[in-house]
Design a protein around this ligand. Structure first.
Ligand SMILES: *[C@@H]1O[C@H](CO)[C@@H](O)[C@H](O)[C@H]1NC(C)=O
Ligand SMILES: *[C@@H]1O[C@H](CO)[C@@H](O)[C@H](O)[C@H]1NC(C)=O
Ligand SMILES: *[C@@H]1O[C@H](CO)[C@@H](O)[C@H](O)[C@H]1NC(C)=O
Length: 423
């Protein structure tokens, strides 16, 4: 090979490893989403910060973290598809849960607990679980004088992103190596004010997490549901149909708040039936679910949140096969049986139909699958014997459910039929 050709090859190689992405939306949006995200399907959002409290300062968080509460829940999760754990590092009031150099006396190391809570949580996750770390970060801050002054100048100046937001973003990525960076709070400022594409080009080309990191779409006014990584569109987004682009439904167990509320009433909390319905609808339509809990000021997971997390974990123990690493099928729900949602594992030739109500009739009619007698096999996940079924006209099948006492039910809330030898 002659000298000139070698240098051309080297230049091409160099270009493709070190600066693949340009600071434009066209280039940023062309990056394929790292595959782990679509496979994981489920994450826990934790809204915890100075807003969780009027008073701060206990040592309890670490105690509970090391205790059995979340850990045993995490043990429920399948190791192959570790879900994400998303922590608020800084919300709109600007208080940082790490010792930010750029947030003097308004961070958890200088005041309050006097601990780097982001570091402790990141270390605990890595030491005790296979969960992937996600960091939530608000671009703007309600009361920061630099932001207020830029806003007064209609964002023709950018003192705040230059002195605060961008340095902090580089800091949390390099220090804590998150695999999700969940951006929020554009303060009605456009993405060029935030230098979002410049930052994302660095994140994707040069940062220590460039291979695995995933981001969302909240990178400036007008970018939501349009640019960035996966789409979040609105809070509690659940379109009910398949989207072409990967998306996430971020939602709360307490329907009225992201942070912990002492005055919440029982009716404000979603039931496990509500949560599983949302999970199944979301995954069937190609989304991931990010389910939020708000710990108390001293880091406790209130029993109602703990119960919901454990219930989701118990359900996934039996039915996780219909969720993790699945793809959207050609039909998302059943045309004539309400409350039946489909997923698919093409690699195993398996179609999953999750039904949300146990029918009084003793059978479930699935009107979508193409079946073949002698070939199609139907299994209820968590139940040993294959189930009997009859073909329906013009297509589909009627699956006869076994007669089970409650103690023999594989799950108490929603059930999964696995069809093989069907299309
Ligand atoms: C903005 O992004 C560009 C890359 O396009 C980068 O060179 C520059 O340092 C960034 N500015 C700040 C303040 O981070
Ligand atoms: C996940 O599914 C894809 C196909 O959709 C398959 O290629 C891959 O091996 C699966 N991953 C695991 C860990 O099973
Ligand atoms: C289920 O599917 C039908 C068509 O197949 C659709 O019209 C309907 O809106 C879907 N139901 C829900 C709850 O998404």
């Amino acid at each position: 090979m002659d000298q000139a050709l070698v240098s051309v090859v080297l230049a091409v190689l160099f270009a493709s490893c070190s600066s693949q992405y340009e600071p434009t939306w066209e280039s940023i949006d062309s990056r394929p989403l790292p595959v782990w995200f679509d496979q994981a399907k489920f994450g826990i959002f934790v809204h915890w910060g100075v807003f969780s409290v009027p008073s701060y300062g206990s040592e309890w968080f670490w105690w509970y973290w090391q205790g059995q509460k979340l850990k045993s829940y995490i043990d429920f999760m399948k190791r192959n598809y570790p879900p994400a754990f998303m922590l608020t590092t800084k919300h709109h009031e600007g208080f940082t849960l790490w010792g930010s150099k750029y947030s003097w006396n308004w961070n958890a190391v200088d005041v309050g607990p006097k601990r780097d809570l982001v570091a402790e949580i990141a270390d605990a996750l890595r030491a005790h679980s296979s969960l992937r770390l996600g960091l939530y970060h608000s671009l703007f801050e309600w009361f920061n004088p630099l932001f207020v002054s830029d806003a007064t100048n209609k964002f023709t100046t950018n003192q705040f992103p230059t002195a605060k937001t961008l340095p902090e973003l580089y800091e949390i990525v390099t220090k804590y190596r998150p695999e999700i960076l969940w951006s929020d709070g554009d303060g009605n400022a456009p993405d060029n004010y935030w230098n979002s594409t410049g930052f994302l080009a660095w994140l994707y080309n040069e940062s220590p997490v460039r291979e695995t990191v995933v981001t969302n779409d909240r990178w400036g006014y007008g970018t939501i549901c349009k640019h960035g990584g996966y789409y979040t569109c609105t809070d509690r987004y659940n379109p009910g149909h398949l989207l072409k682009h990967k998306w996430e439904n971020c939602m709360t167990i307490d329907q009225k708040s992201w942070g912990y509320r002492r005055n919440a009433e029982l009716k404000d909390y979603l039931t496990i039936e509500d949560l599983l319905k949302t999970l199944v609808e979301t995954v069937s339509c190609g989304g991931n679910l990010l389910m939020n809990v708000g710990p108390t000021h001293d880091g406790r997971i209130a029993p109602i949140f703990e119960e919901r997390l454990r219930q989701v974990g118990q359900w996934l123990m039996v039915n996780g096969e219909a969720i993790y690493n699945t793809s959207a099928w050609r039909a998302q729900n059943d045309t004539s049986s309400p409350g039946v949602w489909y997923t698919w594992r093409p690699q195993e030739g398996a179609i999953y139909a999750v039904f949300l109500q146990w029918p009084d009739s003793g059978y479930v009619a699935l009107n979508e699958p193409l079946v073949l007698e002698g070939k199609t096999e139907v299994v209820l996940l968590g139940y040993a014997q294959p189930l009997k079924w009859q073909p329906l006209k013009p297509m589909g099948l009627k699956v006869l459910l076994p007669q089970l006492t409650p103690s023999h039910m594989p799950s108490s809330w929603a059930w999964t039929l696995r069809l093989t030898g069907a299309a």
